[in-house]
Design a protein around this ligand. Structure first.
Ligand code: DQA
Length: 144
C-alpha cells in the first residue's frame, strides 16, 4: 500500500523539544520505526516533514496525482488553526488519519480544537509514537 506520512512544524525537533511531553526518541527514530513496519508489511512510505504550511499542502496535492492510498498526518500546531491545510485534506478522498503524540485534550485549551480532524477519517491522540503505527494498521485493515 502506498502511504504518505506527513509531519508538520517542530516535529523534526522530537527528542529535543519538551521531552516530558513528546518523549526522548528523535525524529529519525520515528522514521526508522515506520520504515521497519512498512517493510515487514510490504507498504511503500513517503515520509515528509516540514515547518511550512505550503510545503505540506503541496505534498497532499502530490498524493492525489501519484495515487497515494492513505495519509497519516500530524499537523503539529497547524492542527489548531490551518484552514488551508484542512481544505487540502478535504480535497482528496482517501483515508486520512490524524495523529498526535501527546494527549492534546489534557493540555492548553487552544489544543482542544482541531480544524483538520473533521476532514480526516479518524484521529489518534496521546499514545506517543505508537499512534503512527496504529494508524498504519488501520489503513491496512480498511483497505482489505
Ligand atoms: C502535537 C500537538 C500539537 O498541539 C503541537 O503543536 C505539536 C505536536 C502532538 O503530536 O502532540 O507540535 O501535534
Amino acid at each position: 500500500m502506498k502511504i504518505l506520512i506527513l509531519n508538520g512544524p517542530n516535529l523534526n525537533f522530537l527528542g529535543i523539544r519538551e521531552k516530558g511531553i513528546y518523549g526522548t526518541q528523535n525524529y529519525e527514530s520515528l522514521t526508522t520505526l515506520l520504515q521497519q513496519k512498512a517493510q515487514k508489511e510490504g507498504h511503500h512510505l513517503d515520509i515528509f516533514q516540514s515547518n511550512h504550511e505550503g510545503a505540506l499542502i503541496d505534498k497532499i496535492q502530490e498524493a492525489y496525482h501519484n495515487n497515494t492510498e492513505g495519509i497519516i498526518i500530524n499537523p503539529g500546531a497547524f492542527t489548531h488553526y490551518s484552514y488551508a491545510l484542512r481544505d487540502a485534506l478535504a480535497s482528496i478522498e482517501i483515508p486520512k488519519i490524524e495523529v498526535h503524540i501527546s494527549n492534546v485534550h489534557k493540555r492548553e485549551e487552544f489544543r482542544h480544537t482541531s480544524v483538520t480532524a473533521p476532514v480526516c477519517t479518524g484521529q489518534i491522540v496521546g499514545l506517543g509514537l505508537h499512534g503512527y503505527l496504529l494508524a498504519m494498521d488501520y489503513l491496512t485493515a480498511a483497505r482489505n
